[in-house]
Design a protein around this ligand. Structure first.
Ligand code: NAG
Ligand code: NAG
Ligand code: NAG
Ligand code: NAG
Length: 740
C-alpha cells in the first residue's frame, strides 16, 4: 500500500473511529495501538445511494472493481496480516499432517451403466480431482477413462458436468478452471477415447441433455456476455439461451432453440424425455418456482432453429420437475398445493390443470426430495424425514408403495438407475459412516440391497463417537432439530469447544455427511460438532423455507443464536469456546449473527458470504437470490434488508456492547457465485469500525485465495490448506489444544 494512501486513509479512519467510539480523550496515536495492525484503507465518503429516500453511504465502493490495482493491493495487505497469524499456530504442522493422513482414503461414486460399460468416479485419496473410470461389466477391470488431474499442474481444472449419450458412444463433459461457474463443454468418443475438435464456450448454469438419436446436445449458454468470462468478472449474467449442438461441428453452427428475449434474467433448463420424443423446457427466474413448456421433437427431426413451445405452466408459483413419462403422460414432482411435494401426472396432449392427477400424494410430514424411474415400471423415491433419508420403492403405474430400502440414520448422497435398466446403486453416508454403496438387482426377488462397496478410514474408529439428534426451542418457540456429534462420554462441564455450522436458506437440506476436518476437531481437540437445521432450509418442505425467507429471514438468525444458547445452557461449551461457521448464504448467517450477538461466540468463520444485502443483485447471478432475500429495489424489502445486512450493521465495542468474536472471512478471486467484493467490503468496514477500537482484542482477519472460487471443483490440496487454516484460526483464537 502506497504511503500517500496510508496517510489519507489514516486521517479519515481516525476521525470516523472517534465519532463511533465517543472518544474519551484517547489520542489519535493510541487508537493505532491495537493488537492487529490492520491496513490503512481509503474510505470514499462521497459515494452515497438513495434508496427510496434513505441515504446510504458506500465508502468502499471502489473495492467492487476486482481489476483495479488498489483492490489488488487491499487483498495483498489483508493476506499479509492474516498469514503470519495463521502460520504462528504452534500445531499447524500437526493439524495439516493429521488432515492429510485421514483424508487419504479412496472415495467412490455409484457406478452407472452406459451401453455395455460401467463408469464411476474415484479419488484414490489425495488426488486433487476425482477421475472417471470405465470397466466392462461389473466384475471387469477398471481403467482410467478421463482424469482431470492431467489437465493442470495444480489441479485447478475440474470436471463439472458429464453426460453420456443414451447408447454410451459419446461423452459430453464440462471443464471449469479455478473454481469458476463458467464451463467449457468438450466431447469424447468413448470407444477411441479421442476428443472431438469442438469446444462449447460461454456456458454456465447449463443443463445438458442429448437427443436420443445420440447425435446432438441441448445446452444453455450466455452468448451476450462480453469482456472476461473466467470467473473473476462481476458482470450480471443475462440472456441465457438454449442451444442445440451437433457432434463434430463447430459451436458457431449451433442453433438457438429456445430464448426469452423479453426476460433477460431467466435461465433455461431442459430435459429430453426418456422416450426421446419431447423436450421439456423449464424457465427459472430466481431460486424457486419454474414454468413448464414442451416441444414435440418428433415434429422437428432436423433441429435447425427455434422450437415451437407448448405451454403447460405459465406462472411462477411452484416447482415442476420431470421424472419420466409413459407416452404423453409425464410424471412430475411438484410442490403445487403440496408444500412437502408430491408426484402428479400431466398428459401433454391435455395439459390443462384440471386434468392433472395425483400419483403419489404429499406426505403429511416427510418431504418428497426426489424420484427416479427404474426397471420399467417402478419408482425409487427419496424422502427426508426429520432431516434423515428414507428410500422407498413405489409402483410407477399406481404410485403405490412397494417396499423400503432400510438405511441407518444418515443421507443418500448418490443414486444411479434408469428406467430401462434392471438395477440401481445408492450411496449412503453419515457423520460416522464415510460411505457405503448398495446395489439392488431387480431381476432377483426379494429386492434385497447388497453392499457393493464400503470405504473405511484408517485411524477412525466409529465406535468411539456418537451422533445424536435433539430438538431445541427457538426464540418464537419453534422446535428446531440439531445434530450433535462428538466423542462418547465427554464431560458436560462447558469445557469443550463447539463448532456450530449452519446454512438456513434456499430450500436446501443440510443432511448428515462425513467430514475429515470435523473428525480431526473431535478426535484431537475434544471438539463437539453441532448442526442445527434452521429455518430457510428445505428440511420440512416449503413451509420451513418460507419461514426463513424474505420478511422472515430474521428467524434464520434467531434459530442459529438459539442453537448456540442451547449448547451453552446444556453445558456442552461456553461462548469463549464456541465457533460458528457457514458458507455462502451461511456466510451471511454467521456475519449477521456476530453483528447481532457478539457475546455468544468466541470465533466466527465466514466463508464466501453474501454480505452486502443492498447490492448483491447487481453482480453475476445475484439476481437469482431475490426469491430468498428480496431486493433493495423494493422499499419494504429494503427496510428489512437494512436491518440485518452484515455490511450495514457493524458496531464498535462499547460499554454496552462486547467486542466481536475472533473473525475469519474467506473468499477467492474466481468466486463468480458470490463475488469476493462482499468479503472485501465487509472486512474493510469491520476493521474500520470495530478493529480500531482498543476494546476489540480478538482479531478480525480475511484470507483471500487465488485460482479458487465458490467451492465447487476445489482441488484437494487447496481444501486441506484451507481447512488447516480454519482449524489453526480456531486454535489461535480460542486457545485450543491439539492432543495427538
Ligand atoms: C497497475 O499496476 C501495474 C503494475 O504495477 C502497472 O503496470 C499499471 O500501470 C497499474 N495500473 C494502473 C491503472 O495504475
Ligand atoms: C468429423 O468431421 C470431419 C470433417 O468434418 C470428418 O473428417 C470426420 O470423419 C468426422 N468424425 C466423425 C467421428 O464423425
Ligand atoms: C435402453 O434404451 C436405450 C435407448 O433407447 C437402448 O439403446 C438400450 O438398449 C435400452 N436398454 C435396455 C436394457 O432396454
Ligand atoms: C415488495 O415487497 C413486499 C414484501 O416482500 C411484497 O409484499 C411486495 O409485493 C413487493 N412489491 C413489489 C412491487 O414487488
Amino acid at each position: 500500500m502506497g504511503l500517500v494512501f496510508a496517510m489519507r486513509a489514516c486521517i479519515i479512519c481516525v476521525l470516523i473511529a472517534c465519532a463511533f467510539l465517543q472518544c474519551t480523550g484517547t489520542t489519535i496515536l493510541s487508537s493505532r495501538n491495537m493488537l492487529y495492525d490492520y491496513p490503512a484503507v481509503r474510505r470514499d465518503e462521497t459515494v452515497v445511494d438513495d434508496y427510496h429516500g434513505t441515504k446510504i453511504k458506500d465508502p468502499y465502493r471502489w473495492l467492487e472493481d476486482p481489476d483495479s490495482n488498489e483492490t489488488k493491493e487491499f487483498v495483498e495487505a489483508q493476506n499479509k496480516i492474516t498469514r503470519p497469524y495463521l502460520d504462528a499456530c504452534p500445531v499447524q504442522k500437526s493439524i495439516n499432517e493429521r488432515l492429510t493422513e485421514l483424508w487419504n482414503y479412496p472415495k467412490y461414486s455409484c457406478p452407472f451403466r452406459k451401453g455395455s460399460r460401467y463408469f464411476f468416479f474415484k479419488n484414490t485419496g489425495l488426488q486433487n480431482q476425482n477421475a472417471l473410470y470405465v470397466q466392462d461389466g461389473l466384475d471387469g477391470e477398471p481403467r482410467v477413462f478421463l482424469d482431470p488431474n492431467t489437465l493442470s499442474e495444480d489441479g485447478t481444472v475440474a470436471l463439472s458436468g458429464t453426460k453420456f449419450t443414451e447408447d454410451g458412444s459419446t461423452l459430453a463433459y464440462g471443464l471449469s478452471a479455478s473454481g469458476s461457474d463458467w464451463i467449457a463443454i468438450h466431447f469424447k468418443d468413448v470407444a477411441t477415447g479421442e476428443d472431438y475438435p469442438e469446444v462449447l464456450e460461454k456456458v454456465k448454469f447449463a443443463s445438458m441433455s442429448w437427443t436420443k438419436d445420440n447425435k446432438g446436445l441441448f445446452y444453455s449458454m450466455y452468448p451476450k456476455q462480453t469482456g472476461k468470462t473466467d470467473g473473476s468478472e462481476t458482470e450480471v449474467n443475462h440472456d441465457q439461451k438454449l442451444c442445440y449442438h451437433r457432434i463434430n461441428t463447430s459451436q458457431s453452427e449451433d442453433v438457438v432453440v429456445v430464448e426469452f428475449p423479453e426476460e433477460p434474467l431467466w435461465r433455461i433448463v431442459a430435459d429430453v424425455s426418456d422416450c426421446g420424443r419431447y423436450l421439456l423446457v423449464y424457465p427459472v427466474r430466481d431460486s424457486r418456482d419454474n414454468l413448464l413448456f414442451f416441444a414435440d421433437l418428433s415434429k422437428h427431426p432436423e433441429i435447425n432453429g427455434k422450437l415451437p413451445l407448448m405451454p403447460v405452466v405459465e406462472e411462477f408459483e411452484a416447482d415442476y420437475e420431470y421424472v419420466t413419462n409413459e407416452d404423453s403422460v409425464c410424471i412430475i414432482r411438484t410442490n403445487k398445493n403440496a408444500p412437502n411435494y408430491r408426484l402428479i401426472m400431466i398428459d401433454l396432449q391435455n395439459p390443462a390443470k384440471e386434468n392433472w392427477r395425483t400419483l403419489v400424494p404429499e406426505h403429511p410430514t416427510d418431504v418428497l426430495d426426489w424420484a427416479a424411474a427404474v426397471d420399467q415400471d417402478k419408482l425409487v423415491i427419496h424422502y427426508i424425514r426429520d432431516v434423515k433419508s428414507v428410500l422407498q420403492l413405489h409402483d410407477l403405474k399406481t404410485g403405490e408403495f412397494i417396499q423400503t430400502f432400510p438405511l441407518d440414520v444418515g443421507s443418500v448422497v448418490g443414486f444411479t438407475g434408469k428406467k430401462n435398466q434392471t438395477e440401481i446403486f445408492y450411496h449412503f453416508m453419515s457423520f460416522l459412516t464415510p460411505g457405503v454403496i448398495y446395489h439392488v438387482d431387480f431381476k432377483q426377488k426379494p429386492y434385497t440391497p447388497k453392499v457393493f462397496r464400503e470405504v473405511t478410514v484408517k485411524g477412525f474408529d466409529a465406535s468411539q463417537y456418537e451422533a445424536k439428534q435433539i430438538f431445541y426451542s427457538s426464540k418464537d418457540g419453534t422446535k428446531v432439530p440439531m445434530f450433535i456429534i462428538s466423542k462418547k462420554d465427554l464431560p458436560r462441564d462447558g469445557s469443550n469447544p463447539v463448532l456450530l455450522y449452519g446454512y438456513g436458506g434456499f430450500n436446501i437440506n443440510v443432511q448428515p455427511g462425513f467430514s475429515v476436518t470435523r473428525l480431526v476437531f473431535m478426535q484431537h481437540m475434544n471438539g463437539i460438532v453441532a448442526i442445527p437445521n434452521i429455518r430457510g432450509g428445505g428440511e420440512y418442505g416449503e413451509r420451513w423455507h418460507n419461514a426463513g425467507r424474505l420478511l422472515n429471514k430474521q428467524n434464520v438468525f434467531d434459530d442459529f443464536q438459539a442453537a448456540a444458547e442451547y449448547m451453552v445452557s446444556e453445558r456442552y461449551t461456553r461462548p469463549a469456546l464456541l465457533t460458528i461457521q457457514g458458507g455462502s448464504n451461511g456466510g451471511l448467517l454467521v456475519a449477521a449473527c456476530i453483528n447481532q450477538r457478539p457475546d455468544l461466540y468466541g470465533a466466527a468463520v465466514v466463508q464466501v458470504g453474501v454480505l452486502d444485502m443492498l447490492r448483491f443483485q447487481k453482480f453475476t447471478i445475484g439476481h437469482a437470490w431475490v426469491s430468498d432475500y428480496g431486493s433493495s429495489d423494493n422499499k419494504t424489502q429494503f427496510e428489512y434488508l437494512l436491518k440485518y445486512s452484515p455490511l450495514h450493521n457493524i458496531q464498535p465495542p462499547s460499554e454496552n456492547r462486547p467486542e466481536y468474536p475472533a473473525t475469519l472471512i474467506l473468499s477467492a478471486d474466481h468466486d463468480d457465485r458470490v463475488v469476493p467484493l462482499h468479503s472485501l467490503k465487509f472486512v474493510a468496514e469491520l476493521q474500520h469500525v470495530a478493529g480500531r477500537s482498543p476494546a476489540q482484542r480478538a482479531p478480525l482477519l480475511a484470507r483471500f485465495d487465488t485460482k479458487a472460487g465458490h467451492g465447487g471443483g476445489k482441488p484437494t490440496t487447496k481444501i486441506i490448506d484451507e481447512h488447516t487454516d480454519i482449524l489453526c484460526f480456531m486454535t489461535q483464537a480460542l486457545g485450543l489444544k491439539f492432543v495427538k
